[in-house]
Design a protein around this ligand. Structure first.
Ligand code: BG6
Length: 473
């Protein structure tokens, strides 16, 4: 690493940006009858997750206030801004891909304003925003018809914005919704079903490959644009070096990480995963032709969302064979004694995940280009940290970001092909888990005061980092 006094030089082309998603910021302003996403359905069925009455309806009102937000992004100096297009709002008719001109114009304007202000847009085609009606009618991503509709939607998006957007992603964390719904059964429709979970995983991996194919057919690859997927690999540590714990971690990794990393980057599923699916009778429906498409259409790069480590050990409970198969047949989670915690989110803070994942990308995934698409710290009641100038003094966030970027730069010095860091989040926003309870933003959204925006101390720190390209150590 290049050091200047007690600072590390950040490479000039290393992205320093921030992310949000459509549903978590836009609010329902302008939303039409029938344009609910799965997340809206989820919220309607779990009102308790609204925080003090604030939820996705108002969100941060980004839909109306994006110009003000882009001005703040410019002030901070973000080189890149990632958000999604809300599939459920981009169309008025999902079967025939009829575009909602109001929403599409808003996206047009947003992209233009970002570019005019020197902020590169990164666009994700789905950040949990599958239309609710497709979930109810066809079972969501369990259905290959929904996959076809996703392609119709994507085609319209490419036609409309392909001339300007250079960073495209199919999904954000494609494993998450079905994990909450079919493995954890904590979300509507609350059904534990590992086969359905696998089918969703497969259909989304196939959808990524089909979108990559479409991207090439539309010749977007010849415009300097790239297409990828944003994954949330769970950086997994076994409790001990004992063979049973190592095996638990290996299987955990197959089910939760390699299930997307391998088809997206290598174009095929690991043999061990095929064997496990076979053994437990959870193999998805596929055709050889589809597997060929996956093989021929791997992504250009990947975004990785890394927040905390996952620690597993071999399952200690005796499995009740009458319960349908669940991957936890093989593992259970454990908490490392003395770990450093973010108590607000219940997540361990362990910045070494950055370095460890980076080395894995280098050694196991052909050193494909990648970047951190999300990493950040959610904290409750941040207004208690306001100083006399009314600015939230979020030193804990500064330490968090610095420690994580440090580990990335260490990996880059060791040959990792990591191209940047996108903080979650540009501003406070609605979490699918708990609305506005935990705040992640560089920018405070003051809900009680007309959702006014105000930079936090971390925003000024990030601004200085972007300008100086020198990280304190
Ligand atoms: C990421 C998601 O996994 O974590 C975001 O992509 C989410 O959508 C973020 O908001 C923070 O998690 P949470 O559950 O605290 O909102």
């Amino acid at each position: 690493m290049k050091k200047i006094m007690d600072k590390i030089k950040i490479p000039e082309d290393f992205i320093l940006g921030a992310a949000v998603s459509a549903w978590q910021t836009e609010g329902w302003s302008g939303k039409k009858e029938g344009q609910d996403s799965f997340l809206d359905l989820w919220y309607k069925n779990a009102q308790h997750v609204w925080h003090n009455g604030y939820g996705p309806a108002g969100a941060t009102d980004f839909y109306n206030r994006y110009q003000e937000d882009v001005a703040l992004m410019k002030e901070i100096g973000l080189t890149h801004f990632r958000t999604s297009i809300n599939w459920s709002r981009f169309l008025t008719d999902y079967e025939n891909a009829e575009v909602d001109e109001d929403y599409a114009n808003y996206i047009d304007n947003l992209i233009n304003v970002l570019l005019e202000n020197g902020v590169e847009p990164m666009i994700c085609l789905e950040h949990y925003e599958v239309p609710a009606v497709l979930f109810e009618q066809y079972g969501g991503w369990g259905s290959k018809h929904v996959l076809e509709l996703f392609l119709k939607y994507t085609e319209k998006v490419f036609e409309r914005y392909g001339d300007r957007v250079k960073h495209w992603f199919t999904f954000n964390e494609p494993i998450v919704i079905q994990t909450r719904v079919y493995l954890d059964a904590i979300r509507y429709p609350y059904e534990q079903n590992t086969s359905k979970w696998m089918q969703w995983n497969y259909n989304k991996a196939l959808a990524t490959a089909r979108v990559v194919k479409l991207f090439k057919e539309k010749k977007l690859d010849q415009t300097g644009a790239k297409i990828g997927v944003i994954l949330n690999p769970e950086v997994t540590y076994a409790r001990s070096s004992a063979p049973h714990d190592q095996e638990a971690a290996r299987i955990y990794d197959l089910f939760f990480n390699r299930v997307f990393l391998d088809p997206s980057i290598k174009g095929e599923y690991p043999q061990e995963l095929w064997q496990l699916m076979d053994k437990h009778n959870i193999t998805f429906d596929y055709t050889d032709a589809e597997l060929e498409i996956i093989k021929a259409n791997t992504v250009d790069y990947v975004g990785l969302n890394l927040y905390f480590p996952h620690r597993v050990q071999a399952q200690t409970a005796t499995w009740n064979d009458e319960v349908p198969f669940h991957p936890s047949y093989y593992y259970e989670k454990f908490e490392l004694p003395g770990r450093n915690m973010n108590p607000h989110r219940g997540w361990e803070i362990y910045p070494e995940i950055m370095y460890d994942m980076a080395m894995r990308m280098k050694n196991e995934y052909g050193n494909i280009e990648w970047f951190i698409a999300e990493n950040g710290m959610g904290v409750e009641n941040e207004h208690r940290f306001k100083d006399e100038t009314n600015i939230i003094q979020d030193d804990y966030r500064i330490t968090f970001i610095r420690d994580h970027i440090y580990q990335l730069l260490r990996a880059v010095a060791d040959g990792a092909n990591c191209r940047g860091y996108m903080l979650w989040a540009y501003s406070d926003n609605v979490s699918p888990m708990n609305a506005f309870k935990n705040r992640y933003g560089l920018v405070e959204i003051n809900l009680a005061d007309n959702r006014n925006r105000k930079l936090k101390k971390s925003a000024y720190w990030y601004r200085d980092l972007i300008h100086s390209r020198l990280l304190d150590i």
